[in-house]
Ligand binder design. Structure first.
Ligand SMILES: [Mn+2]
Length: 342
């Protein structure tokens, strides 16, 4: 058994050698399950693996361990006809080989006890697990790019659906090439572009608001408060935190707005989505400074998120409103203003 501790020793002189090694791990009698934490990159990669292995094994299926709640991702599955099998622990018994893509066994509880034949990912390498085949490339913007290289090496022409899926995976994970894309991502995008369908892609990425969610925009516009270039708004209970992100992104486009704070209640937590222009500002740092000790907080310069159990705040969720949200940030900005003056 090949140990991941020395995974760097698994070196191949060419993509061909690599892919041959990978393919030799599977045979005609195998029943293979590809496991993912479904997001566009993971979905596209699993779809590509199914294409690569479907004629080489008895059966290959894809299962997502998370529920797909984001509308774009639901549309991706529907429009590109990506076949998914509902995850359960009983499901695992129906397969003899497992592949993990766009994630590592240490990332999720669900993956920890599974013996993976192959792990293909681009997140930073983690310890404490092993697999027969490991292909981890943290310098790649998307795992979809790695899978494109597999397809190319095998001279498999992707279908319109598969090409569109991989393009979408690359676009989302690289934030349209504005973040962490390398030359391989750019080449994959360019090569896949001629096989994809831009109308299908537009169907997926062009719609991210459900009609039933428009009411939250009304709340946002009615309740929001401006303060020195900052917009604050508390939306109240939401069924899905994505709508808070969508509203925050929308408000961050308002001219002369340097900060946006959108709050909402989800599963007894106060969720706060923070946006700023990143110029001499750091949303991630702000979130961590204020909320790390009472909940989850993280993000980067322009985007951040905090999740705080209401039980850790000195206010009941029913009484929380936009003013309460402003109060959470008051001290921080007062201190900043005072520092500027002195
Ligand atoms: Mn990814």
């Amino acid at each position: 058994m090949y140990k991941t501790n020395n995974y760097k020793k698994l070196k191949f002189r060419s993509n061909k050698e690599r892919i041959n090694y990978f393919l030799k791990l599977f045979n005609k009698e195998d029943r293979v399950l590809v496991l993912i934490w479904a997001d566009p990159d993971a979905l596209a990669c699993a779809f590509a693996l199914k294409r690569i292995l479907q004629n080489r094994v008895e059966r290959i299926d894809i299962s997502n361990v998370n529920e797909i709640v984001r509308l774009n991702n639901q549309l991706m599955v529907e429009v590109l006809k990506i076949p998914l099998v509902k995850f359960s622990s009983e499901l695992l018994g129906m397969y003899n080989k497992f592949i993990l893509v766009d994630s590592q066994p240490s990332h999720r509880e669900e993956f920890k006890n599974i013996k993976f034949t192959a792990v293909i990912d681009h997140h930073p390498f983690t310890e404490g697990w092993e697999a027969e085949y490991v292909d981890i490339r943290p310098d790649y913007g998307a795992v979809s790019t790695i899978l494109f290289e597999y397809l190319k090496t095998l001279k498999i022409k992707p279908s319109v659906y598969l090409a569109t899926a991989l393009i979408y995976g690359i676009k989302v994970d690289t934030d349209n090439f504005l973040r962490s894309a390398n030359l391989h991502d750019v080449i994959a995008f360019q090569k896949l572009y001629k096989y994809m369908n831009k109308y299908l892609l537009n169907k997926i990425e062009g719609h991210h608001i459900k009609r039933s969610e428009l009411k939250y925009f009304k709340i946002a516009l009615d309740q929001m408060k401006f303060q020195k270039g900052k917009i604050f708004v508390y939306i109240g209970k939401v069924l899905n935190t994505d709508i808070l992100v969508i509203i925050a992104d929308f408000l961050s486009r308002v001219y002369e707005t340097s900060w946006v704070f959108v709050g909402g209640e989800f599963k007894k937590n106060l969720i706060i989505i923070i946006r700023c222009d990143g110029y001499k500002k750091d949303a991630g740092k702000l979130a961590k400074k204020l909320f790390k000790s009472i909940g989850f907080a993280g993000g980067h310069r322009e985007k951040a998120r905090a999740e705080i159990p209401f039980s850790n705040l000195n206010i009941e969720s029913e009484k929380f409103d936009t003013k309460s949200l402003i109060k959470l940030f008051e001290k921080y900005f007062k201190y900043k203003d005072e520092r500027k003056k002195s």
